[in-house]
Design a protein around this ligand. Sequence first.
Ligand SMILES: [Zn+2]
Length: 221
Amino acid sequence: MIRLSSPNFDERKAPVEMLVLHYTGMRSAQEALDRLCDPAAKVSAHYVIDEDGEIYSLVDEGKRAWHAGVSSWKGKTDINSRSVGIEIVNLGHEFGYRPFPDKQIQSVIDISKEIIKRCVILQENIVGHSDIAPTRKSDPGELFPWKKLAENGIGLWTDDFTTPEKSTKEMLTAVGYDVTDEPAAFTAFLRRFHPEALSGRTSDSEKRLAAVCALYEKEMK
Ligand SMILES: [Zn+2]
């Protein structure tokens, strides 16, 4: 791990209970690191993971890094106070979104396992930036291998389809989404749990949402 020092942090106002994954969405890793350490940018993350798997530490886990912005999960805000944030190097949708290399994902898995254990983070609180800010963000995006992470004990996943018994809004809310903009929340759900249907909302998508909802409700009991 390479230690850098970002000045873009302050004191946490709540205990850590979430893990938030992002992509950098910039032209290069260096450009992202520079920005995340630039006092004028006022953004940061606890860790940055390069495409070759190299891990950079920018902000101490005990401090509040500034990565989530205006966001909400299960009705709670100030996600920066409640979370550890990891930026994963990728050009992103703006500059040429591409698959995440295996070496990079292995580093994401390794460090996430440590964080989850150290900070006691529940599976249902492991999210992507788009999950907590669906109207503003689309990272880490539909190419991010959430299924592989779940197979490694990081976050929840299901390949099931179940007949919905609740409204779409109720199901999205039960998972944790802010449904102020329901279509945006549904798109965030698709990116995360049904990426092959991202181009169009289908009856299968509703059934996948019902299965995810059941999984989350079971997990939260
Ligand atoms: Zn982000």
